[in-house]
Design a protein around this ligand. Structure first.
Ligand SMILES: *Cc1c(COP(=O)(O)O)cnc(C)c1O
Length: 389
């Protein structure tokens, strides 16, 4: 009876109750007790089901994992302390020294640091490719390539990678497809159902959606998650029960929130398109997006992020931030509150102009994580800030 995602998010609760409580309680305990030496031995060995220690598993993290598996169509999962822990573990638990990764060039900043600064110390190398030109990926193939790593839509330029084509490339070359699905959430696209092998989420973003906790999750094929689980249980990046409890509650409203984020974002994108102070508006479900056809096929909704190029470049971008009245100036995204950033003068200011442009960040590019406020108020704030006084 739980076929729809809005219902799954609400009704797929765990049932560990002893007190008939309606809402799943918080199991704030580091360890669990056993009734006998035999039971203890059996649970430690994994022969008898049951919780042992919260670094391994806990009812709250189990509930979060179970809900996410149902929402993404995953065989199994492991919940981590942050999105970056999930990304790191999805690579480090599976690959070995000597392996090679093909990665799309526009990745989250810390993922780029893992590839370029951390993995080489363990003998794992990578090659960047243009995510949109899958026909060129074979040039990056090596005999030791084992994984393709990508994000779609990309941040902040919102380029779309064709997941169907990526799956085909990986299957025909016997590669593990690893997708960071953070921007889309399970409500908008489900890469595992399209044939990806493993996916990650930063639950810190839309899944919490209210800017309270850090969290992450790795989901995917059972044989791969078995490796992730072994790696995580013994290296220790487990999600705290408290954060899992918060995030399981957040999943009850994820579908509803995403509808409003996307509705507001599309409306804002349309309004921005009509402004004479804006050179270009980038939103996956806006007809002017260069990959509109792919975006509408692959994504159920357009997502909550709108990027646009303000006329006047770096200076205009800085002025825009300073004129904002209601929205928050913050590097985060996926919050109920609208957040604005100007990557060229903030998050990406250390890159050269050429490096920025290679990932679609021009001087005037503004990224808006459109929140859940009334669209009239969001519009007014953004539009007054782009209009020079
Ligand atoms: C934020 C983010 C991450 C990292 O998540 P944290 O929870 O901050 O560790 C990874 N990938 C993408 C696409 C993100 O936006």
């Amino acid at each position: 009876m739980k076929e729809h995602k809005d219902t799954i998010g609400i009704r797929s609760q765990i049932d560990r109750t002893q007190y008939r409580e309606h809402s799943v309680p918080l199991f704030m305990t580091s360890s669990f007790t056993f009734g006998s030496a035999e039971e203890m031995a059996g649970m430690f060995a994994g022969e008898i089901p049951g919780d042992v220690y919260s670094r391994y598993a806990n009812p709250n993290t189990e509930e979060f994992i179970q809900k996410m598996c149902l929402l993404e169509g995953a065989e199994a999962g492991f919940a981590t302390a942050s999105g970056m822990a999930a990304v790191w573990c999805s690579i480090a638990s599976i690959l070995e020294s000597g392996d090679h990764i093909i990665a799309s060039r526009s990745l989250f900043g810390s993922t780029h640091q893992i590839l370029s600064q951390v993995l080489p110390r363990f003998g794992i190398t990578f090659t960047y490719v243009d995510g949109q030109r899958i026909e060129d990926w074979k040039e990056a193939l090596k005999s030791n390539t084992r994984m393709v790593l990508l994000e779609t839509p990309s941040n902040p330029a919102l380029q779309i990678i064709d997941l169907e084509a990526a799956v085909k490339f990986c299957k025909s070359n016997n590669l593990i497809l690893n997708v960071d699905n953070c921007f889309s959430t399970p409500i908008i696209q489900n890469p595992l159902l399209m044939g990806a092998d493993i996916i990650t989420h930063s639950a810190t973003k839309y899944i919490d959606g209210q800017g309270r906790v850090l969290g992450g999750i790795v989901l995917g094929r059972a044989d791969l998650i078995e490796k992730v689980t072994f790696f995580c249980r013994h290296t220790g990046p487990a999600m705290s029960p408290f954060n899992a409890w918060i995030l399981s509650k957040s999943l009850e409203t994820l579908a509803l929130r995403m509808e409003r984020h996307c509705e507001n974002a599309l409306q804002l994108a349309k309004n921005l398109s009509e402004s004479e102070h804006v050179d270009q508006v980038i939103y996956p479900h806006l007809e002017s997006h260069p990959q509109y056809e792919l975006a509408t096929r692959q994504m159920k909704m357009g997502g909550g992020i709108v990027s646009f190029k303000i006329r006047g470049g770096l200076e205009a971008g800085r002025n825009f931030l300073n004129r904002i009245k209601m929205s928050s100036l913050s590097a985060n995204l996926g919050d109920s509150r609208t957040i604005v950033t100007h990557p060229a003068s903030t998050t990406h200011s250390k890159l050269t102009v050429a490096e920025r442009e290679a990932v679609g960040i021009t001087d005037g590019l503004i990224r808006i994580s459109v929140g859940l406020e009334n669209i009239g108020d969001i519009n007014r704030d953004i539009l007054q800030a782009i209009t020079p006084s």
